[in-house]
Design a protein around this ligand. Structure first.
Ligand SMILES: [Zn+2]
Length: 283
């Protein structure tokens, strides 16, 4: 059973001859779907659950990039799009089920699991900032040839159902790469910094907006080298690995957002397939 569950991701990541890191479709909860567009489609009219979608392009085609939430139901899903004759069309795709494993973590700083009453106003205002950053829309098509942000071991994967000090919390929203404090963090793609600061749970965090709602987020940083409004090029150092916020040790937490939905970062980083396999073998 354990092996079967792992198979779809590994199959996708193991495609030979993959020259560059184009996002990989995986239509499961927490996954992404790439729907090819034709010349008659008006890309910026596309909506999935009323949210606008990014368009990504390889050397042959343009695709709508659809982020699927962890709560997506298996079955047929549709997006609406207008054509050049002004008519509405429906494009559909199938979502298949995926079960994520549970992960149990012990956090020494109990306040990060059960915040004090006086922490709540800070947590609420940070939640608003996160929502704003997530909803941001820069109307320029994103580049989506992601580079690996930190060289290190994968210490946790996206979607795990999490328990901190035996209490259920939200599923893991990113990919964790363990590396010593001070290790440089590179921007996965070019983009604009839309949020940066010290957050209660996420520690020092940066949001990098790549355009049309495709966003990468870097958490638990030791230092932040950039500020809101900065234009960043792919591979540029934006800060260093740390252990700020709710953590068990130094690592980068990388999250990827598409259409305001947090999705599996490994689908954007197929070059990490060997490291993902190492993770699966030992977990
Ligand atoms: Zn994480």
């Amino acid at each position: 059973m354990k092996r079967l569950l792992k198979l779809p991701l590994l199959l996708i990541l193991a495609i030979p001859g993959l020259v560059y890191a184009f996002p990989q479709s995986n239509p499961v909860p927490g996954g992404i779907v790439l729907l090819p567009l034709n010349n008659n489609h008006i890309a910026d009219s596309a909506r999935y659950k009323k949210k606008k979608l990014a368009v990504v392009s390889d050397d042959k085609n343009h695709y709508l990039l659809i982020g699927l939430s962890l709560s997506s139901k298996p079955g047929t899903h549709t997006i609406s799009i207008k054509n050049k004759q002004g008519k509405s069309e429906k494009l559909s795709f199938k979502v298949t089920d995926k079960t994520y494993k549970a992960q149990y973590l012990t956090i020494k700083n109990k306040r990060k699991v059960n915040p004090y009453k006086k922490d709540m106003s800070r947590i609420l205002s940070e939640k608003k900032r996160k929502t704003m950053a997530k909803k941001n829309w820069l109307n320029e098509p994103p580049q989506a040839d992601f580079t690996v942000p930190v060289d290190g071991r994968i210490s946790s994967i996206f979607g795990l159902r999490r328990f901190f000090n035996e209490q259920a919390r939200r599923p893991h929203s990113g990919l964790d790469i363990a590396a010593p404090q001070g290790t440089p963090i590179k921007a996965v793609e070019s983009g604009t910094v839309t949020e940066a600061g010290d957050f209660f749970f996420s520690g020092n965090m940066v949001y990098l907006d790549h355009g049309q709602g495709l966003i990468s987020l870097y958490a638990h940083m030791h230092t932040i080298n950039v500020k809101v409004g900065d234009k960043i090029s792919k591979g540029q150092i934006i800060g260093t690995v740390g252990e700020t916020g709710r953590v068990t040790g130094p690592h980068l937490h990388l999250a990827i957002i598409a259409n305001q939905t947090t999705v599996d970062p490994l689908l954007f980083l197929p070059q990490l397939s060997n490291k993902a396999e190492e993770y699966y073998k030992s977990n």
